[in-house]
Design a protein around this ligand. Sequence first.
Ligand SMILES: [Fe+2]
Length: 366
Amino acid sequence: MKIELENNKVFLKNQGQKKEIHPFWLRERVNGESFLDKRTQQRLFDPTKLEENIMINSLNLSDQFLEVTFNDSTYAKFLILDIIREFENENEIEKIEKIEWDSSLKNFVNFKFEENFFNKEVMYNALINFYKFGFVIFKEVPTKDNFIVNFANSIGSIRRTNFGECFEVKSKPNPNDLAYTPLALAPHTDNPYRNPVPCIQLLHCIENEVTGGLSTLVDGYTVTEKLKKDYSDYYKILTEVKVRFQFIDQTVILEDWAEMIQVNEKRKFKQVRFSPRLDFVPLIEKNQLELFYLARKKISELYNSEQYRIEFRLNPGDLLMMDNYRLLHGRTSYDTNQGSRFLQGCYIDYDSTEGKLKHLKRKLNL
Ligand SMILES: [Fe+2]
């Protein structure tokens, strides 16, 4: 990609194609100190108030810089690299390649909590790992005084739900969710009925005296890619039909309609939703429903297959951070007579992890 000039116009040349850059696009990026606040990188003027017929009066191009004077007498000196970066228009996070994994994933890297943890390179590395695998485990995280809230707010901001700022996972009488019983929980994603669905779940083990209650994870991304490859008609219908997900208790009714596999505008993986206790399939044509039910059965088989599941024990101090758009989680059953099992959980959204990762990269020059 490179910048070229011709007849007082600026062009971007990319893979044999040459496109003119609109003068207004450059004008609204004028970066002198009376136009842009250096500290916040926020504009000090409103570009919607500019004349529409902005034109270029003169140009100068060197190795690193493009200098422009506009017909309203403003001048700007742009770093060419900045312009090229804007044209790539790619979020840095999207460049981190997801690693597909299944039950053969062993010895994944854990990250030990330490002083000033949230401002160190170890946190940056943990976040990269999170984006690659969809989860990361932190060890020796303090377990006193709801430290998970502090932990979440040190990455970004906690996402409160009707279960509270953080919730306690232990068996209790009259539970409003099966999570609060000692029963096994099949792989599922959390809160598919919420709009938007919380992006990331944190689960912190405070006490664990039982031999069961193992945590389970499945990579929804790996399973989706498998389905796409081997059962394309199933994949297609699961990306098309919007299912109603619902949660009802004494104080609230939450509903949302969404596909079980959601793709982004580039038709690439975005999110899975799977919670067979909470989904209501719409009344569509009978043969479409027939295909949908086969597809749902197949994806359920894959999600529940040992081939894709990892199981591990969370010990006191362990904090599991997982992508609720990508992974399914669950647990094996346990016996309450053996002792206590107590986890605390909360949610954060992608802006927290993305913001932290980009900040650490800038701060530490990584
Ligand atoms: Fe859950």
